[in-house]
Design a protein around this ligand. Structure first.
Ligand SMILES: NC(=O)C1=CN([C@@H]2O[C@H](COP(=O)(O)OP(=O)(O)OC[C@H]3O[C@@H](n4cnc5c(N)ncnc54)[C@H](OP(=O)(O)O)[C@@H]3O)[C@@H](O)[C@H]2O)C=CC1
Ligand SMILES: Nc1nc2c(ncn2[C@@H]2O[C@H](COP(=O)(O)O)[C@@H](O)[C@H]2O)c(=O)[nH]1
Length: 327
């Protein structure tokens, strides 16, 4: 395959600045008829988001996707968010009980603004069937389907009715899919985004492998509309994971959704746990991300995110596993 590269291999080339201050640059993005402050969404994982964080994000104009690992709480979550006039954005799987859940929402006329179908290998009949089922039962919901890693998968899920697709199989920080199975977009995630975005007629969400704020701009350059991030959002005071102290330093847990810690058993494990150094408060990170992205827009020679899509780039070959280790 030609043109294989990852985040570390690319540098974007600056264009002439047209603003007097980075604060003039606008980082907002539109998705599903809503405008969000940043083209960034924290990963729908149990150590990254909980109801409190979801509420904070929604109240403050950020996109969020609630995880699906406490399935019995989802209905009340939708009601609570919508009662406060906030968007409801939930995740589902593809097992039998999820069909009953969708039917139940339809029966009660509870319509989440966003539903993310979240499974490891999204290029599958099980996801296509679930997309069709949701489209029939809850036609007002915006469907994000994933995860996938090929243009064929993007086209097939879009044709089935997905409103956006999520790209990334194996580039995640706590992911071991690439090592356990030999498959995925780990090591060439940015190139995969490029290929998928070229095939897409709807938004692409780049998922996994973001290690720096500059990687957000690079994802946008190569066609992503939104970027899903786990590890950079782990370790905050607000993060749901357990906190431990070691040698006078605080650490918070971050584990994969396919890890034994999530599953409660050692079956088909494709995720690991790590301890992330405590990194202060989530709102501060969001502000820093916004400022860095404003700066990126100014380097791109524009005032809107879209300017980043048109900049030139160079390949500075440097990637292998994006710095990740198995254990
Ligand atoms: N982005 C990524 O690279 C990855 C993400 N994850 C995350 O982990 C969580 C759990 O994912 P997942 O295990 O799919 O969810 P589920 O445990 O809900 O499984 C969904 C369904 O897909 C089946 N399934 C899972 N993997 C495969 C596969 N490789 N081939 C065929 N069928 C499969 C499962 O059956 P059975 O278990 O019996 O095979 C089950 O029927 C999700 O949040 C997912 O996003 C997991 C791995 C990779
Ligand atoms: N292969 C696995 N991927 C996983 C697992 N849990 C989550 N994920 C994916 O990782 C990203 C976050 O990546 P990061 O590099 O920003 O930390 C997340 O959105 C999922 O797509 C897992 O257990 N195995």
């Amino acid at each position: 395959m030609e043109n294989v590269f990852d985040y570390e291999d690319i540098q974007l080339i600056p264009a002439k600045c047209i603003v007097n201050s980075r604060s003039e640059c606008d980082t907002t993005v539109e998705l599903g008829g809503h405008t969000f402050k940043l083209p960034v969404v924290p990963a729908n994982m149990q150590t990254i988001i909980d109801e409190k964080i979801a509420t904070y994000l929604a109240e403050n104009g950020y996109f969020y996707i609630m995880h699906r690992f406490e399935p019995e709480t989802r209905k009340q979550f939708i009601k609570d968010m919508q009662e406060r006039l906030l968007i409801a954005s939930i995740s589902v799987g593809v097992k039998e009980e999820e069909y009953d859940f969708i039917d139940n929402l339809a029966k009660e006329n509870l319509i989440p603004e966003f539903i993310t179908i979240d499974i490891a290998h999204g290029h599958s009949d099980s996801v296509i069937q679930m997309i069709k089922h949701i489209k029939t039962q809850l036609p007002g919901s915006f469907i994000i389907a994933g995860n996938v890693g090929t243009p064929e998968a993007v086209r097939e899920l879009e044709n089935a009715g997905a409103d956006a697709t999520k790209v990334g199989i194996g580039p995640g920080k706590v992911c071991i899919t690439k090592i356990k199975t030999g498959f995925g977009t780990g090591g060439w995630q940015l190139a995969a985004i490029r290929l998928c975005a070229k095939a897409a007629s709807k938004p692409i969400i780049a998922d996994g492998g973001i290690r720096t704020h500059g990687d957000i701009a690079k994802s946008i350059r190569f066609g992503a509309s939104m970027v899903m991030i786990g590890s950079l959002f782990a370790g905050h005071e607000e993060s749901p994971g357990v906190t431990v102290e070691k040698d006078g330093k605080l650490f918070k847990e971050y584990f994969g959704s396919a890890s034994e810690f999530q599953k409660g058993e050692k079956k088909n494990v494709e995720g690991k746990k790590m301890w992330v150094e405590h990194k202060g408060h989530l709102p501060d990170t969001l502000t820093e991300m916004e400022q860095d992205l404003q700066s990126a827009i100014s380097y791109a020679g524009g005032t809107q995110l879209n300017a980043i899509r048109h900049v030139d780039y160079v390949v500075v070959k440097n990637s292998i596993f994006n710095g990740d280790k198995v254990y």
